[in-house]
Design a protein around this ligand. Structure first.
Ligand code: 13P
Ligand code: SF4
Length: 367
């Protein structure tokens, strides 16, 4: 791990050993090879029919492979950031939601739609942030700081969400913490320490941070990034806030996946260095095909899956697996109803806040 924190708000919530174990798990994943074109076309045709027959819709994250993103769009599904994925699943009439992404995205969809069948393209797809935050230890941490509002990133289990006051995604985290800070609230933040540190710096809020990291964004390297910036002085640097502080400090734009896509679309720049999962290039190219996109440098480029700028858990979502669960049945996500009842409250709070923010922006003429 690089950039160990010096922030006074940091508590030892997860050890380096545990973080290394999670990193190792990610490194052990073998990313699937691309399918031959003919096979792919055959699967796509069958999947399109099966989705329709089963009243199912595909909701994909910007980080999954191009084929799945393309298929979601082609079949009336949706490709989005984690906030929009939650909203789309909620609003769409289909009885089955199929989530191409990672586990917490499927769980959020299930919490918001307990009556629907929710399937993951890949059951094993998890997230290092989710893994870094077990419920028993997190509860102890919250119990030890009862005077604080508990704000958790969406990249957490249903149990963690149920223990929280607010769930946030990177698209709305700053606004929500700023709002709580203005109300005089002190905050527990979990699990991403880089995102927490960024929000703390931006808002001045009093935050106790959990120590988790994203195995992908934690791998960006500032020395190499600076070299790349010298090589491409005209490039705009776009950074997801799960990246370490040393990377965020070099950014022209810090934002959620949607924020970074908007930056590519709206900026006059012709070249971008992008510090987030390279799956996002599919959408960036579709909104600004004339612009050049460069991957920000990671540790030991290509040395292992954790250091290649592509989330290994997003990478194991494939067209073949989607086909197989539609054809042979997949394991629907089940969450204890007590947990659902509790977890829906902080998620709905976030969605209501997001809705109100949009209304306010429209009134101000910003939207
Ligand atoms: P977004 O909320 O920006 O989609 O990010 C989710 C994520 O897992 C980033 O690593
Ligand atoms: Fe989790 Fe990082 Fe993968 Fe996003 S990119 S799902 S934060 S491990």
């Amino acid at each position: 791990m690089q950039d160990q924190f010096t922030t006074t708000g940091i508590k030892a919530t997860i050890s380096d050993q545990e973080l290394n174990r999670i990193e190792q798990l990610a490194a052990e994943i073998t990313c699937p090879l691309p399918l031959p074109e003919e096979k792919k076309q055959q699967l796509v045709a069958e999947i399109s029919d099966l989705l329709e027959q089963q009243d199912a819709v595909l909701v994909a994250h910007y980080y999954v492979d191009d084929d799945l993103q393309e298929l979601a769009l082609k079949t009336g599904g949706h490709v989005a950031d984690s906030l929009e994925m939650a909203r789309f699943g909620h609003d769409h009439p289909a009885q089955t939601l199929i989530v191409a992404g990672v586990r917490f995205m499927g769980e959020t969809a299930k919490i918001l739609n307990p009556e629907k069948r929710v399937l993951m393209v890949e059951d094993e797809a998890t997230c290092s942030l989710d893994l870094s935050c077990p419920i028993d230890r997190f509860s102890e941490f919250c119990d030890a700081n009862p005077d604080r509002k508990v704000v958790v990133y969406a990249n957490t289990s249903a149990e963690i969400k149920a223990r929280s006051d607010w769930v946030v995604t990177s698209g709305i985290a700053l606004d929500i913490v700023r709002h709580l800070h203005q109300q005089g609230e002190k905050i527990i933040w979990a699990p991403d320490r880089h995102l927490g540190d960024y929000i703390q710096n931006e808002t001045g809020a009093d935050m106790l941070l959990w120590g988790g990291v994203c195995v992908v964004h934690d791998e960006y390297r500032s020395v190499e990034l600076q070299q790349m910036m010298k090589q491409y002085p005209d490039a705009m640097v776009l950074v997801h806030p799960e990246s370490p502080r040393s990377i965020i400090q070099l950014a022209d734009v810090v934002g959620s996946t949607t924020g970074l896509i908007n930056a590519v679309q709206q900026s006059d720049a012709k070249r971008f260095i992008v510090a987030t999962d390279r799956g996002i290039f599919y959408k960036m190219r579709s909104v600004a095909g004339d612009k050049e996109l460069l991957e920000a440098p990671t540790a030991g480029k290509g040395a292992s899956c954790v250091s290649c700028g592509h989330c290994p858990w997003m990478a194991i979502n494939t067209i073949q697996k989607l086909h197989d669960i539609l054809k042979h049945g997949g394991k629907a996500i089940e969450i204890d109803s007590n947990i659902v009842e509790k977890a829906i409250i902080p998620i709905q709070r976030m969605l209501d806040f997001a809705h109100q923010r949009e209304v306010d922006m429209k009134i101000r003429g910003d939207a």
